[in-house]
Design a protein around this ligand. Structure first.
Ligand SMILES: *Cc1c(COP(=O)(O)O)cnc(C)c1O
Length: 394
């Protein structure tokens, strides 16, 4: 039956049973010629992909194909494909680290899978069991483990991607899809060396708004950020600080934190709440946990245990940041995300004027950002244990 119906993934109870995504059906074809691995210090983020990719497709009549790991290479798609016409694209970003024992580990992959599932549902792409995808990602990482630079601060960036491939110009949910995973070795994201980031506060271009899709890792959220990013670069700033009216939301494609000294001398550490305008970052969530644990369960290095850190998920404005800065209470600002891990912020401005200049620190980070960075990388690289955050691949 070839009817150009308008399918709704997962809602038709009478739909015939189709094949589920099944990692046990994986077919592996290894590349006959392996690429030369670039020197770690020459790596540019996303510039060199590894030898292999995982790929699996969904057809509405047959379901999920047998997954394949095969040599990295181009896709061939119909020009009408939903992903090209209607941006039915999503992605995830995660990293595999190798510890001194040589074992590759993923960091909190369940959080990436839960977010992928929410994003997939939001654009009505065909459903699958993300536990099967984790198994496939682990297999791919083990095959690509020679690509993980055994140098601190380096890792294999893993990019699960899902695209709608419905071959029709009809404006409807895509009932065909391709799911693939590609990998690239990475070092420090910003090669600014010891210089902290500068942020341009932008209110006229809005990244995310209430009821919008800013809380999902949809490819369509990123295209509109490139012009403002270019304007920021032209004005001499590294990244955009996204405002919603006067509320501080995120910076670039990273979550934003501010460290504010309290009347009692302890520290408030603020980040915006997950109200739909903020991407729920895995790194953000981890930072909030590590901040809350300071002084009791597991303290941060070089931060006195007597100093209390209060994490807050709450709305704050650019005006408040300026005021705290003028009062000398804004001690640090930093950004977090899988790719960057943690980056210190040195100044925030707009219209050619820096309204906020953060205190200078040795290197590019203040003591709180530095301690959090040290702690999270120790957990990611398997040197320290934290709950079930670091997950071995083999
Ligand atoms: C991916 C992303 C982040 C960071 O999320 P992590 O899970 O920590 O990598 C933050 N903001 C935006 C807009 C993002 O796309």
């Amino acid at each position: 039956m070839a009817i150009d119906h308008v399918p709704q993934a997962g809602v038709n109870a009478n739909a015939p049973q189709v094949a589920p995504l099944d990692a046990s059906k994986l077919k592996i074809t290894l590349s006959e010629t392996l690429k030369a691995i670039p020197a770690p210090e020459s790596l540019v983020f996303g510039g060199t992909m590894s030898d292999h990719m995982m790929i699996v497709t969904y057809h509405p009549e047959t379901g999920w194909s047998d997954p394949e790991i095969k040599p990295y290479g181009p896709l061939t798609l119909d020009p009408t494909s939903s992903c090209f016409q209607y941006s039915t694209n999503l992605f995830e970003g995660m990293k595999a680290y190798v510890g001194s024992d040589g074992e590759p580990r993923l960091f909190r992959p369940n959080m990436n899978m839960a977010r992928l599932e929410r994003t997939r549902d939001r654009i009505a792409l065909p459903t699958f069991d993300t536990n099967e995808l984790i198994k496939l990602i682990k297999k791919l990482v083990v095959i690509e483990s020679r690509w993980i630079p055994n140098v601190p601060g380096h890792s294999l960036y893993v990019r699960p991607t899902m695209i709608g491939t419905r071959p029709s110009l009809g404006v409807a949910a895509s009932d065909h899809a391709t799911l693939y995973v590609i990998c690239c070795p990475t070092g420090p994201y910003f090669r600014t060396g010891a210089r902290p980031l500068s942020l341009m506060a932008v209110g006229e271009h809005i990244r995310a708004w209430p009821g919008g899709t800013g809380g999902y890792k949809l490819a369509g959220n990123y295209a509109p950020t490139f012009l403002p990013q270019k304007l920021a670069a032209k004005a001499g700033y590294d990244q955009v600080l996204w405002l919603l009216e006067d509320r501080v939301t995120e910076a670039g494609a990273m979550n934003f934190f501010a460290v504010v000294k309290r009347e009692d001398g302890d520290l408030d550490i603020l980040t915006s709440p997950l109200d739909g305008t903020i991407l729920p970052g895995v790194t953000r969530d981890s930072m909030l946990t590590l901040i809350a644990a300071h002084g009791s369960k597991n303290s941060l290095r070089n931060i006195p245990t007597s100093l209390k850190l209060y994490p807050h998920e709450r709305t704050f404005t650019i005006g408040e940041l300026v005021q705290w800065s003028e009062e000398g209470r804004l001690l640090e600002a930093f950004t977090v995300g899988t790719a960057v891990v943690v980056a210190g912020v040195g100044r925030i401005g707009s219209e050619g004027r820096d309204d906020i200049v953060l205190p200078k620190h040795e290197g590019s980070m203040g003591p709180i950002a530095r301690a959090l960075h040290e702690k999270i990388t120790a957990i990611q690289e398997g040197r320290e244990q934290w709950e079930d955050w670091s997950v071995p691949c083999s």
